[in-house]
Each structure stands twice: as C-alpha cells, then as structure tokens.
Design a protein around this ligand. Structure first.
Ligand SMILES: C[S@@+](CC[C@H](N)C(=O)[O-])C[C@H]1O[C@@H](n2cnc3c(N)ncnc32)[C@H](O)[C@@H]1O
Length: 347
C-alpha cells in the first residue's frame, strides 16, 4: 500500500480546518441593509470586484447584478475560488427548467458590463441570466486565489472591492487591499479589529467599521458539515461575530456622541499599568475629561474622527508597562480596551 505523504495530508487537514472557518455565506438582506448607507455616487461609473465569490453561491454577485443599473456601475467582476474542499457544493443555483446545477465547478472570472432590467424580474430570471453569462465566463489558470497574479491583475482594474472574504486569511486580505489602494467594503470577524496590523489601520483612519451596529453577530447561510444553528424559511443559518469594515465614508461616522456624565476619580479609576482612566461603557465617556481614556471595542460603533482621536489598543500601546498584556485595575485584568482622547473641547 502506498504510504501517505504526511506533508500533503497536513495541507489537506489545514484546508479542511480553514474551510470550516470560511464556508458561510452572506445573506442578501444584510448586503442590502449595509449598502444602502453608502452614497450611490460612490459606485457610479466604477468597477466593483467580488474576489471571493462564486456567482452561483454569492449574494454579493446577485446584489450587484440586480442593482447594476441603479448604481450606474461600469463593470462587475467576480472570481470563483476552487481551492476549498466544499467549493461549488454549498449553495448551488439551479436551472429552473432542467434542474441542473448552474456553474462550471472551475475557477473562472465573470465579467458583467451590461444588464437589461427585463432580465431580472425574478429569481428564475436571475439564474437564467447567470447561466448565459457563465457560459461565456473565462476560465482562470489557477484556483482563483485572491493572491494569485491573475486575480491581482483583476484587482488592479477594480475601483471598489465588496465581499465577505475568508476569515482565516483576513490579515493578508486586508493588507492586499491597502497595498493596492482600493476602496472596499468587506465583512470581518470582530476579533480581527484587535489584530495589531489591522488595528493600526483603524487608528490611522485607513479603515473603519461600517454602518451596521456592532452589537450581536450576523447570521450567515451555512451548511458545511451540517454546521448551522437554525433554519429560517428553509435556509440553514449560523451566527458569527462579524462586522462590516470599510474605507468608504458613511453618515454614522460623522454623528457626534452626546456626552452627559461628569468625571470623578471614583467613577473612572486609573489603570495600574497604563496612564489612562477606565471608561467601562462608551455612553459614559465623561464630557469634561480631556486625557487618555480606555473604552470597550464597541466604541468603534460610535467613533467620529472629528470628535475623538484613537491613541492605540491596550496590548500594543507604547507606555503599557506590561507590553502585550491587557490593562489592569487593582491587579485584575479587564477586557480589551481602545485608548482614545477627545479631539475637541466642546461638550
Ligand atoms: C466567508 S465565505 C464568503 C463567501 C461569499 N463571499 C459570501 O459572502 O457569501 C469566504 C469565501 O472565500 C473563499 N476563499 C477561501 N480562500 C480563498 C482564497 N485564497 N481566495 C479566494 N477565495 C477564497 C471560500 O471558499 C469562501 O467561499
């Protein structure tokens, strides 16, 4: 019996683990609810690229095809990744006439430059449209990995990238968008905010949270290995602690947080290992304090860069006397904190 190559077995195992983390799909309603908060002019004449999106599975593709004319898009590009063990098997669209699965099962690029409104009357006609377009879709040489040279070439053509990328590759994914100076609206895990290299982008106002509230998780379509929490209207869904991240402006980022509490040393204790006060609830940021304050991560939901400045995050901020550790109060470590300062002196 041939011996199994352990390194290739490890790669298979790693891929399966990744797939577990990565194979869940965004619901159309969540995409619509977020996208409506961005000015349409931002999309007018632009090339949108969904680079982790099998058109047969991705509601991002459906959203941009359906709204192609309303947004005035120049082009929609979507690439299919076939490197995942479940690629092409999760949410296939079906040809309503033949009941055949639509899609090539191969890595390919879909390019949409024109959409007739009459082609999109219902779900069936969307599937028909997709089927026609996919017949002409160009095969990719590789697996459709967003880092591959052919996908990077497509990225260079794009103005805005909108997708839910693999969480397991989130750091690399964001770094690539920043490197190529792309506008983007993507979904990430809440934890990603606390990654050193992602947080620095938030601190520098290179990236911020989207419009949707931070609280609660988002419900995604998931059926990977039967991993789902409930079924709604026949669709299996799972809750993931996810948020939108973007570098597109939206109105919430300019709303001022109304401050009403007064500072007292008793209510706002100092940290043991860093020179700042603890503000355990964002709503209770004191209106008359102008030094450094530690606030929960959920502060980002209320962050207006005209009102506040972000100085850093607990573990990595210079001046933390216990580097790489969280802040402490009377010897007890507390939850993750972002350190901020008021930018203005008006209450
Ligand atoms: C969280 S899922 C979201 C899928 C889709 N964007 C959506 O929102 O419904 C992430 C997708 O990225 C794909 N993926 C994983 N690694 C990838 C890579 N290196 N390049 C491109 N896509 C990848 C996965 O197969 C998976 O379909």
């Amino acid at each position: 019996m041939p011996r199994r190559n352990t390194s290739s077995a490890n790669v298979t195992l790693q891929n399966a683990k990744r797939a577990k983390k990565d194979e869940f799909y965004t619901q159309l309603a969540d995409i619509e609810n977020e996208l409506r908060h961005y000015h349409r002019a931002r999309f007018q004449g632009k090339v949108v690229y969904c680079n982790c999106d099998d058109p047969c599975e991705s509601k991002f593709v459906e959203y941009f095809v359906r709204n192609f004319n309303a947004l005035g898009l120049k082009e929609l590009i979507a690439t299919v990744f076939t490197g995942s063990p479940v690629s092409g098997t999760q949410l296939p669209l079906f040809d309503t006439e033949t009941n055949d699965q639509i899609g090539t099962g191969e890595a390919h690029v879909l390019r949409v430059k024109r959409v007739k409104n009459s082609d999109l009357d219902d779900v069936g006609s969307f599937a028909e449209l997709l089927k026609k377009r996919l017949r002409k879709a160009k095969k990719l040489n590789g697996t459709g990995d967003f880092r591959s040279p052919e996908c990077v070439a497509l990225l260079k053509e794009a103005d805005i990238v909108v997708t839910n990328p693999p969480f397991s590759l989130f750091r690399e994914y964001v770094a690539q968008l920043v490197e190529y100076r792309k506008k983007f609206l993507i979904i990430g895990n809440k934890n990603a905010i606390t990654y050193k290299d992602v947080f620095v982008l938030i601190k520098n106002n290179t990236l911020w949270t989207g419009y949707r509230n931070f609280s609660g998780g988002m419900w995604f379509i998931s059926d990977y290995e039967g991993k789902y929490e409930k079924t709604v209207n026949g669709v299996k869904i799972i809750n993931v602690p996810a948020i939108w991240l973007t570098n597109l402006d939206h109105s919430k980022r300019h709303e001022r947080l109304q401050l009403y509490k007064n500072y007292t040393a008793e209510a706002y204790p100092q940290y043991d290992n860093y020179d700042a006060i603890e503000v355990s609830k964002t709503a209770e940021i004191p209106c008359d304090y102008y030094g450094a304050m530690g606030v929960p991560i959920t502060f980002l939901d209320k962050y207006n860069p005209e009102q506040f400045e972000i100085l850093g995050i607990d573990r990595y901020i210079e001046g933390n006397q216990t580097p790489n550790k969280r802040f402490m109060i009377s010897g007890t470590e507390i939850y993750a904190r972002i350190i901020i300062k008021r930018k203005d002196t008006t209450q």
